[in-house]
Design a protein around this ligand. Structure first.
Ligand code: FMN
Ligand code: SF4
Length: 365
């Protein structure tokens, strides 16, 4: 049996295979962040696809942490019944579901367009988005917001919680020497820059039981001048695991998480080296995301020991049933990594390439 289809445990959570649907903002929430019928249908389809673990798009823990329109919110108890519909839909199909919880920090196009000032780790002259450096009290409030969101996640029936610590959002801004220029206890040394993560993990753990599965998607380094060096990212990962994480999904901090590949490009796994380096340093399972498109590569990553699980986002947008295909043959995913799939203009997530082909066909008729 291909290694991808072997079961695995993340903390106490048993998965039927080692494939993860990486968190993907789908634009399927309503304007208040609540789950809609379209969202339930989307997750039902993913649930049917035999994916070991499905992670929701990032859900904001406070309205000032919202990054995109029609993004799920987990900021109020009123969101729980809708989120329960998502977990029920996935469980009915026999899969497991985690919620990714987030604060988007300075990186919120949504707040910018609303004319709302973003909460930032530090004030940065080089960033145009209107933002304001947070006070210590504001930081403590956000930590409490993460903990309340975790409590809601349990009430909504999620099997696990993933903290969003990647892609230039608030958690990765704290870790990054480029974005974090604070001189108080939240900035300066690497230990201070990861204090926010440690405090979030501690407070979240207090809200959930000690054995409830808690993960992070970690931007383990940044490929930019003044960005997070990998050795610091690895030391951070180790510290966070000691505080009680059950798995790490490895991605990048600011910039480069979802590159648009040129037409005809062959498969390119973006962060394999970095994930392998983190894996050597930690005792919990490591999940690798970014650019994986074939069963052969997925198995090779797991067999080589570079990561324990693999995660994909865009391939499951085009083929929610990709794993069913992979159980039957070795076909490569049809996703061409063009990144034309970000929801826009109030549209729910769909493959932009399929849309383009459909429109081309209609124009010929
Ligand atoms: C439409 C879209 C929405 C995304 N939303 C999120 C998100 O909410 N949280 C997150 O951590 N990553 C998000 N990502 C990044 C993916 O999870 C993943 O890290 C990235 O696309 C690389 O994996 P892939 O090559 O398999 O697509 C998103 C990507 C896409 C294409
Ligand atoms: S638009 Fe379709 S083919 Fe292009 S990256 Fe998105 S899912 Fe893949």
């Amino acid at each position: 049996m291909p290694r991808l289809f072997e079961p695995v445990k993340l903390g106490g959570l048993e998965l039927k295979n080692r494939a993860v649907r990486s968190a993907t903002w789908d634009g399927a929430a309503d304007s208040q962040g609540a789950v809609t019928d379209e969202a339930v249908a989307l997750f039902r389809e993913l649930g049917r696809g035999q994916i070991g673990l499905i992670i929701t798009g990032h859900a904001f823990v406070t309205p000032l942490g919202q990054g995109s329109p029609n993004q799920y919110g987990i900021h109020r108890d009123e969101m729980i019944p809708g989120l329960r519909r998502l977990t029920d839909a996935v469980h009915r199909e026999g899969s497991k579901i985690a919620v990714q919880i987030t604060h988007c920090g300075i990186n919120s196009g949504y707040l910018r367009r609303q004319g709302i000032t973003c909460q930032a780790v530090s004030h940065l002259d080089e960033i145009e988005t209107p933002h304001k450096e947070m006070t210590g009290a504001e930081i403590e409030t956000i930590i409490a917001d993460f903990a309340s969101a975790a409590r809601r996640a349990i009430s909504a029936g999620f099997d696990a919680i993933q903290l969003h610590g990647a892609h230039g959002f608030l958690m990765s801004e704290f870790l990054s020497p480029f974005f974090n220029r604070r001189t108080d206890k939240w900035g300066g040394s690497p230990e201070n820059r990861r204090r926010f993560h440690i405090e979030v993990i501690k407070k979240v753990r207090r809200e959930i039981s000690s054995d409830f599965p808690l993960f992070i998607k970690l931007g383990a380094w940044e490929d930019m001048p003044g960005g997070l060096p990998l050795d610091e990212g690895i030391a951070g990962a180790r510290g966070m695991v000691e505080e009680g994480l059950d798995a790490l999904e490895i991605s990048v901090g600011a910039r480069g998480s979802t590159p648009a590949e040129p037409a005809g490009a062959s498969e390119r796994v973006y962060f394999r080296k970095q994930a392998a380096a983190v894996k050597k340093a930690v005792s919990v399972p490591v999940i690798l995301v970014g650019g994986i498109r074939s069963l052969k590569t997925a198995n090779d990553i797991i067999e080589s020991g570079d990561a324990d699980l693999i995660s994909m986002s865009r391939p499951f947008i085009r083929q929610p049933d990709l794993l069913v295909h992979w159980q039957q043959d070795e076909a490569t995913a049809t996703c061409i990594s063009c990144s034309k799939c970000f929801p826009a203009g109030g549209r729910v997530l769909e493959c932009g390439e399929d849309r383009r082909l459909r429109e081309e066909k209609a124009a010929v008729r």
